[in-house]
Structures are given as C-alpha cells and as structure tokens.
Write a protein that binds this ligand. Structure first.
Ligand code: SAM
Length: 237
C-alpha cells in the first residue's frame, strides 16, 4: 500500500507556499499521495498587533519568536491529526543537515509538521517542550551552512526532496536509481546528455552512442567516481 504523508506547515508567511500547487508536488497532492495543510502562526497571536515576537532575554540584536503562539499552533495541529506518530521539524541553521538519507527517512513517516522560524528564531523551549510529548519526534533541520531570512524556503526544499521519494510520485521510479547521493554509496551522478549528438562543436561522448551497455555502465561509474572525488577535494570531505 502507498503511504500518504500529511504535511502541516506553520509560518507567518503562508503565501510563501504557493509553489506547492505546481509540478510534482501539486500532482502528488491531486493524486492523494500527500496532504498539505498551511497554518498562519498569527492566527494564534493575541493583541492588537498580533505580535509573535519579543526582545531576547540576555540582550542582543533582533527579536525572538515567542513560545505561546508556537505552542498553540502545534497543539492545534497535533489535536486535529489522527496519525499515531508526528515528526516536528524545526528549521534552523543550527540543526542536523538535510541529506538524501534524512529525506528518505522522512519519506517513510505519516505526519510531518514544519515550524518555520523568522527573526532570530523560535524560543528554544518550544523544541524542549515537544521533545517530552509522547508520539512527537523533534528534528532540528538545516538545509545548509548559510543563513536564510526564514524557514519557509528551507521547508520547500525539504518537502521537494522528501515528496519525490514517496512511492508513486515520480512517473518513472527508475529515476531514483543511480541518482546523486542515493544510497548507499553517496556518490554524485555521472553527466547526462540528450540529442543533438553535436552542439556548438561539443560532441556527446562516443561511448554513449555505442549501444554497448556494459561499456556505458563502466564509463558512467568512472565518471561518477571522478566527479565525487573532485567534489570531495573542493569541499574537503
Ligand atoms: N539567529 C539564527 C542563527 O544564527 O542560528 C538565524 C535565524 S534566521 C535569520 C531565521 C530563520 O530562518 C530560522 O529560525 C530558521 O527557521 C530559518 N533558517 C535560516 N537559515 C536556515 C538554514 N540554513 N536551514 C534551515 N532554516 C534556516
């Protein structure tokens, strides 16, 4: 049976998620493979200004997102879910790095909640609190070693990486085989070519036109290894 994942996204900028209606993810939702619910954090904020942030304890620049609206929003999502386990993904540059392995693991879950921070981030007690709630697994996740303005783009990146791994989402599941960073070798893919065979004086490597599958496989393996090694030299990994 295909697993359907429910995604609950919480943000002060719900409009950021408009692209989820497009392409692969839009189709996955239409086909009932995923369900995506978007929540405006400000619906949980009180007062005239519907403020969701305050000055940091201990001083310093910027504002910190208050725990109360986050607690209310996450509680509401949990209460309205019939899933038995929940992954609460808190986007932060200080989190565990998103990799293909993490994406593959998330693609097996039934319920993913994405908490999109803004300003200097979310009061740390929110993650501390939900770590103690039965059935909830908190995962602080970073999409890379740089700082974005908010967690919305990081959520879109994570969702795209996860959703394309859900069985039935890609028209041709073979597309997932031999992809960059696929399990278990963590190599990057060989270079790809399509028609025409000659373009601006550049020719497609002869071997790919040979029809000799064993030779093609060998060439692709070598290319993938070379690219992976070069990438390692660049990044020092
Ligand atoms: N003060 C935080 C720090 O230094 O770690 C950065 C806060 S950032 C300006 C605001 C929000 O953007 C974060 O709370 C997080 O949700 C999101 N964000 C920024 N960079 C990110 C990254 N690399 N991965 C995931 N989320 C990120």
């Amino acid at each position: 049976m295909m697993n359907k994942i429910t995604f609950d996204l919480i943000s002060i900028f719900p409009d950021y998620f408009a692209p989820l209606k497009l392409s692969l993810i839009g189709k996955a939702e239409e086909n009932g493979l995923v369900e995506i619910k978007i929540h405006d954090l400000r619906d949980q904020a009180h007062g005239v200004h519907k403020s969701v942030d305050d000055t940091p304890y201990g001083g310093g620049a910027g504002m910190v997102m208050s725990p109360e609206p986050w607690g209310a929003a996450i509680d509401q999502v949990l209460a309205s879910s019939d899933a038995t386990t929940h992954e609460l993904i808190v986007l932060t540059p200080a989190g565990e790095k998103l990799t293909q392995v993490v994406a593959a693991e998330l693609a097996t879950k039934e319920h993913l909640i994405f908490a999109c921070g803004r300003y200097e981030g979310i009061d740390h007690r929110v993650t501390e609190h939900y770590r103690t709630v039965p059935g909830v697994r908190v995962r602080e996740l970073s999409i890379g070693d740089y700082v974005l303005g908010g967690g919305e783009v990081a959520t879109l990146v994570t969702m795209e990486a996860v959703i394309r791994l859900i069985p039935g989402v890609l028209g041709n599941p073979d597309s997932l085989v031999e992809e960059s960073h696929s399990l278990p070798e963590n190599v990057v893919e060989y270079p790809n070519y399509t028609k025409p065979a000659s373009w601006r004086g550049l020719e497609v490597p002869e071997v790919l036109l040979s029809g000799n599958h064993a030779l093609i496989k060998k060439w692709r393996t070598e290319q993938a290894q070379t690219r992976t090694r070069k990438l390692g030299e660049q990044t020092g990994e």
